[in-house]
Design a binder for this molecule. Sequence first.
Ligand SMILES: Nc1nc2c(ncn2[C@@H]2O[C@H](COP(=O)(O)OP(=O)(O)O)[C@@H](O)[C@H]2O)c(=O)[nH]1
Ligand SMILES: [Mg+2]
Length: 321
Amino acid sequence: MSLAAKVLKGDVQAAARLISLIEDESAEALKEMESLYPYTGKAHIVGVTGAPGVGKSTLMDNLIGFFRRQNMTVGVIAIDPTSALTGGALLGDRIRMQRHTADPKVFIRSLATRGWVGGLAKAAIGAVHVMDAMGKDIILVETVGSGQVEIDIVKAADTTLLVMAPGAGDEIQTMKAGILESADVIAVNKADKEGADRLKIDLAAMLEMKTQRPGDWLTTVVLTEAINDKGTDEISSMLLKHREYLKASGELPKRRRERAKLELLETIEGYLKDMIHNLDGGAYLEKLVDDLLKGKKSPQSAASDIKSRLAGKLTSSKEQE
Ligand SMILES: Nc1nc2c(ncn2[C@@H]2O[C@H](COP(=O)(O)OP(=O)(O)O)[C@@H](O)[C@H]2O)c(=O)[nH]1
Ligand SMILES: [Mg+2]
């Protein structure tokens, strides 16, 4: 039986193996994914984002508990683009979600950087497709609040849950990244700590300034105390409510269309980059970089040179690489 066929039957080991192949960008993974795609698109994908240490993993452990009580099957992907530098973060995630590791209806997978950070979001989205095809009802994707990977995951999610905690200047970071704009639900975690109420009020005030059209989803702020499993029902119900909103408003197909387009464009971008790297066995790119360093060319004119080379390549049937 193929790996894909096993995944469709819900085989956890096959799914884990396939995700590893995706991480390695193996050709076999592409082939297997081809037969999985028709079975995707059913799961509800929730991106869980926020600065390190705000309590995302602890909160997710509670969310898993809630959804399991609703008899939903759950997939969890924890990604950490910084783990190569800091180490240990993923281990912490695993420990905090340990309650559910023995539950066969919960599939938890961590992804760490293997060099190129850009590959991480791609691998995570691949892992989402695998869990979706496996038949998971809800997929939670945890990412730390840092730059591009986070933004890519937010784009890939149906619902974005932003987790914040009092202190540490989270507010400023969030505004910078524009993540607040894309948050559908906000958890102000560590409600046991000083400043949580204040943060909730400040966030509500900021959200009020957002331009709303009639019928738009109103981002809600919920206080949680993840270490004591407090606020879990409110936050989980809000996530399910958002899912209902997406369906009822027709927003879901729109988001999914955007997502499909983005994935397609990023895949093409990958192909083009590969082609550029392979021009004259890599020498062409290096030559242009030399020209840039020597001030002989601007990035624009170097890029224009590459464009002409590629255009020639794409139209010429004789030339092969
Ligand atoms: N005081 C307090 N600490 C919490 C709460 N939730 C999580 N923590 C602690 O915050 C730390 C970071 O939690 P973690 O879930 O790993 O955060 P993540 O990095 O966002 O995934 C851990 O020591 C948790 O026990 C909370 O509601 N109150
Ligand atoms: Mg974590």
